[in-house]
Design a protein around this ligand. Structure first.
Ligand code: ZN
Length: 437
């Protein structure tokens, strides 16, 4: 059996000159997990980056983060600049079968998050100037407009998202590409919102230093990010949070506060919502708390820090999960349905063990793409052209977010349930067996 290389580190081997992106400490950084990703030549599917996944833990502030090299950082920037357009047809309608919770969308999942974030706005007067940095399609700006705010601005790096934001926002809302921010906006805004943005930023401290200059001295940052402390509680498939390769920062309450405040740690207001699909933590932190120059990491009370042991256990479980999948697909003809992040992160590493494999995705925009020379087809087209697949092949559902939908559609197409591999069930079986021992 061919096995991809997976390492969970117990010691601090191979770590030097690594700086925590949240607290800038360079003495207490630990590599905890390493995993090979496909290379650039493997596929033309848009992905955040290639080659190597490395997860680090900062024992100084409790932050988790993906270590990214310069090539990966450039790939990530390119990925963001074209992020939205592949989910929409030529008329700007969301392609069928997609969940719709994209940056700045007006989808239910997004609006629930906006409602939660709005808790921080109840005492903010309607005449304040608010900048939504990374506004995407402008969903949160529309939410603020409906609540009576009128001086609203949004910027993003994604040109297509900005086009949608302009189309869908009230006329008085100003939305533009990030370049629009200029010296004339120094000290201009009362509030800068970063909703689900900082986790995407390789150098979050540099971004905040820059943004802080556009904020009034008495202005505030309102920030919401995924909450890594709750990753393990929140999902039937917790490794999924790490498959989102574009989430390069995994904040904990201590690391978020360390990033935002040099002192007055307790005075920043923080609220968590652990029950969302991606658990989040949000904070309102005054600009004056944010130390711009000569920042020195604070000494933290170590009881506040993240316990890293369950995360290491998660990656060991992931190793066992990959072994089981390798075993299941071994010497079989396999249809992988769903060219998702999980496919890229996990299942693409199992292709070489199959005797033959086929690739399918419901997003028709992927029909021109391929993986290791194998073309990706819409599933119904693939099955019409290869009817024997329903009778013989194993079906691996390789998009966990759409597992139920794909399962239903596969049954409709005639796949017997015993030949459909549902990763979240497999994961649950594996982890409940392990905890039962
Ligand atoms: Zn740190």
């Amino acid at each position: 059996m061919l096995k991809p290389c997976l390492n969970v580190f117990e010691s601090n081997e191979g770590v030097n000159k690594v700086k925590c992106p949240a607290c800038i400490d360079d003495q207490m950084q630990q590599k905890i997990f390493e995993w090979d990703l496909p290379s650039k030549s493997d596929t033309d599917i848009p992905v955040p980056y290639h080659n190597k996944y490395q997860l680090f833990y900062c024992a100084h502030c409790g932050h988790l983060y993906n270590r990214i090299n310069e090539i990966q950082e450039r790939a990530l920037a390119e990925y963001y600049s074209i992020h939205s357009q592949r989910y929409y047809d030529a008329s700007g309608c969301l392609l069928p079968y997609l969940c719709g919770d994209y940056p700045g969308s007006r989808h239910d999942t997004s609006t629930k998050r906006y409602d939660f974030l709005f808790n921080f706005f109840t005492k903010i007067p309607h005449h304040t100037r608010i900048l939504d940095f990374g506004c995407g399609q402008g969903g949160f700006l529309s939410c603020l407009y409906q609540k009576g705010f009128r001086y609203l601005y949004g910027v993003d790096v994604d040109e297509y998202a900005i086009q949608l934001a302009k189309k869908n926002s009230p006329a008085s809302v100003t939305v533009n590409l990030v370049d629009w921010l200029s010296s004339e906006h120094q000290g201009y805004f009362d509030v800068i919102v970063l909703d689900q943005v900082l986790e995407h930023i390789v150098h979050p401290r540099d971004l905040l230093v820059w943004l802080s200059s556009f904020l009034k001295e008495d202005g505030v940052f309102i920030i919401s990010v995924p909450y890594a402390e709750k990753y393990l509680d929140s999902s039937v498939f917790p490794i999924q949070h790490f498959c989102l390769l574009e989430h390069v920062q995994h904040f904990t309450s201590s690391s978020l506060m360390n990033l935002l405040t040099s002192e007055n740690y307790e005075e920043a207001t923080t609220q968590a919502q652990p029950k969302f699909l991606i658990p989040i933590i949000a904070t309102c932190s005054p600009n004056r708390f944010f130390k711009k120059e000569s920042f020195q990491p604070k000494r933290l009370n170590y009881s506040l820090l993240l316990d890293i042991t369950p995360y290491k256990r998660l990656f060991s479980e992931f190793g066992r999960f990959v072994d089981v999948v390798l075993d299941v697909v071994s010497q079989s003809t396999v249809l992988y349905w769903g060219m998702s992040r999980e496919f890229y992160f996990i299942f693409s590493r199992t292709l070489d063990n199959c005797s033959a494999y086929f690739l399918a995705d419901n997003n028709t925009k992927l029909s021109t793409k391929s993986f290791k020379g194998t073309k990706i087809y819409p599933p119904r087209t693939l099955i019409t052209n290869n009817p024997e697949l329903v009778k013989e092949a194993l079906l691996v559902i390789s998009a966990i977010g759409y597992e139920d939908e794909i399962y239903r559609e596969a049954l409709e197409l005639g796949f017997p349930p015993e030949r459909i591999i549902r990763p979240s069930l497999l994961w649950q079986e594996l982890t409940s067996c392990a905890s039962g021992i």
